[in-house]
Write a protein that binds this ligand. Structure first.
Ligand code: B4P
Length: 192
């Protein structure tokens, strides 16, 4: 099994690149952001709880997202590998993921981190807010709060994987196709 994490700050292109990666490499895409937004659309109790956190630019509680990932892993017993997008976002989530994968006798193979300047990130998110109407992209104060949460709670996850020798950093600015080419080369290296 080849399990990959696409890592980076809000707006770094994780969702955009994940769609292309799963198409080329046949991995199962697990995006906690997409799963949570679907719960909100379906107006489930989980979705209603998550919305309160997401609208404020805060992380949804660990037990909620870990439970969602657990359910998804169980649903795909034959997967040739998973692409985790936007997860793990805290050390507790990373530790829980290690445990869930070890139950399946597998592990994370690579963590690819996209580096993008804060100026470019704000530009991308504000643009997306205009077209998508995503409530967490519309207000610049909420976007800045998401960056703070990222620095305090999510950046330590990069160090967690660095210590395991699994982290690779890539420059995430340029065209979508240029970045996809760089990611594809890293994934092919990891698969061989
Ligand atoms: P996510 O859905 O994960 O979204 P994101 O980090 O904001 O965006 P992403 O990096 O995927 O950006 P995208 O490719 O779309 O999280 C949303 C919220 O959900 C979180 O704030 C949190 O509240 C909650 N949540 C999710 N996971 C959680 C977890 N594990 N634990 C707790 N809470 C969790 O790109 C952004 C924009 O840039 C797009 O408009 C795109 O078109 C554009 N773009 C992409 N690549 C570009 C490029 N190369 N050049 C120019 N523009 C580009």
């Amino acid at each position: 099994m080849f399990n990959l994490i696409l890592f980076g700050p809000p707006g770094s292109g994780k969702g955009t690149q994940s769609e292309k990666i799963v198409e080329r490499f046949g991995l199962i895409h697990l995006s906690t952001g997409n799963l949570l937004r679907q719960e909100i659309l379906d107006k489930t109790p989980l979705g209603l709880e998550a919305k309160n956190f997401m609208d404020k630019g805060q992380l949804v509680p660990d037990e909620v997202v870990i439970g969602m990932i657990d359910t998804c892993l169980i649903k795909h017993p034959q997967a040739k590998g998973f692409l985790f997008d936007g997860f793990p976002r805290t050390i507790a989530q990373a530790e829980a993921l290690d445990k869930l994968l070890s139950l399946k006798k597998t592990t994370i193979c690579k963590v690819l981190a996209l580096d993008v300047t804060e100026e470019e990130l704000v530009k991308r998110l504000v643009n997306r807010g205009v077209t998508s109407g995503r409530s967490d992209d519309l207000d610049e104060a909420v976007i800045r709060r998401r960056f703070n949460v990222y620095k305090n709670e999510t950046e330590p996850v990069a160090e967690y994987y660095q210590k395991q020798g699994k982290l690779e950093r890539l420059y995430g600015e340029g065209s979508v196709d240029e970045i996809f080419q760089k990611l594809s080369t890293c994934i092919e290296d990891g698969m061989n």
